[in-house]
Design a protein around this ligand. Structure first.
Ligand code: ADP
Ligand code: MG
Length: 348
């Protein structure tokens, strides 16, 4: 009895202290690290409901992982990919995501294409059993790639025989859109979510200054080394790069972003593409799709696409020849990193 009272007292004291120390609900902070979608993620939230918010974010990432995984036999995407051309019910959410992917495919002239899946698998990126497929094999697989092989209707979808889809180029962006919605529902005044190369910053930092987000130096993927630093609030910052997943064979490097026009890893002169947009829900998905697509398109086509104004975003491109190309909307919030050795160009 005495012991129970003592334990209770201690609990009350700790709770009391916590409540006392965090009288300003804005300051309550919770941060968790999880691995979902094959990716290390960090969710950090402030505010009264910060704990609830970050655990809801984790649950959501796990739910989407189970729904969208290509390798999990229970996922809707797996079932669709193995339906032998038959239509199946995938639910409105997955249908909407496939349709969004189709729209980005259309807008980027096919540089983004979720039906690239069989080609991604041929290179071994789905199973980590890497190999270099020959041209005949790639040519055959490419006949199954393209929007015309995908049909959707409300909550159902069908793929032509031989066609498969891979939402890997968009899924983490969609997850980050769901996180921003969850944070808003929980009145999170400020926070940050990192889903691998997909970053969301909400509000400012507790000290009132903007968040600082580094653009990884693609030449030093395993170090804390940046090609540039962005200082910003309420934004998505999404990077696709050839340094993120690759294998080497006979001294040649093969990475995981495939050019649907050739079936080979995109060889566009870029080492990374970072897409920045405001934190409106939906922009996480947009940034993810575009970072993959613009990596395939290369510097010139990527900048033309940016200038076309089709979507509202800014860019940081890192090139193989040592340049960091920045669109002018970021010029006041980008800090150069002198020791990186890059030269910087602002374009308009
Ligand atoms: P990451 O998943 O490493 O963050 P991306 O968002 O750039 O990087 O997506 C790359 C993934 O998208 C690949 O692993 C593959 O599953 C898929 N993918 C590869 N090439 C394309 C493409 N041209 N269009 C759409 N998805 C692609
Ligand atoms: Mg992407």
């Amino acid at each position: 009895m005495k012991r129970i009272t003592a334990v209770l007292m201690a609990v009350l004291m700790i709770t009391g202290l916590t409540a006392c120390g965090e009288a300003d609900p804005d300051k309550a902070r919770e941060s968790i690290q999880v691995i979902a979608m094959d990716t290390p993620m960090v969710f950090t939230a402030y505010g009264e409901k910060s704990t609830h918010a970050v655990y809801m974010a984790e649950d959501e990432a796990r739910r989407l992982d189970a729904l969208l995984s290509r390798t999990d036999e229970n996922s809707v995407i797996y079932q669709l990919n193995h339906a032998d051309g038959l239509g199946i019910t995938v639910g409105e959410e997955v249908c909407g995501l496939i349709e969004a992917a189709e729209a980005y495919s259309q807008a980027t002239g096919g540089a983004f294409d979720i039906s690239i899946a069989p080609v991604v698998s041929a290179w071994g990126f789905t199973t980590d059993r890497y190999r270099v497929p020959d041209e005949a094999e790639l040519a055959e697989l490419l006949t199954h790639v393209g929007s015309e092989h995908i049909t959707t209707a409300e909550d159902a979808a069908a793929l032509d025989p031989g066609t498969q889809i891979d939402l890997g180029g968009i899924a983490k962006g969609y997850a980050s859109d769901r996180v921003v919605a969850i944070f808003r529902e929980n009145n999170v005044p400020r926070g940050k979510a990192e889903l691998g190369g997909n970053i969301l910053v909400m509000g400012d930092k507790p000290d009132g200054t903007p968040w600082r987000v580094g653009v990884q130096d693609p030449a030093k993927p395993d170090e804390e080394a940046y090609a540039a630093i962005l200082t910003l609030e309420d934004a998505f910052i999404v990077t696709s790069g050839s340094y993120q997943r690759y294998f080497e064979e006979n001294g040649k490097r093969y990475h995981h972003i495939i050019d649907p026009a050739t079936g080979h890893p995109a060889d566009s002169g870029l080492t990374s593409v970072t897409v920045v947009a405001d934190s409106a829900e939906g922009n996480g998905t947009m940034c993810d799709a575009l970072s993959t697509a613009l990596f395939v398109m290369g510097e010139e086509r990527a900048l033309d696409f940016w200038r076309s104004g089709t979507y509202d975003f800014e860019l940081v491109l890192v090139t193989e020849d040592g340049r960091v190309v920045v669109t002018d909307g970021l010029k006041d919030i980008l800090t150069e990193v002198e020791e990186s050795g890059y030269t910087y160009e602002i374009v308009s």
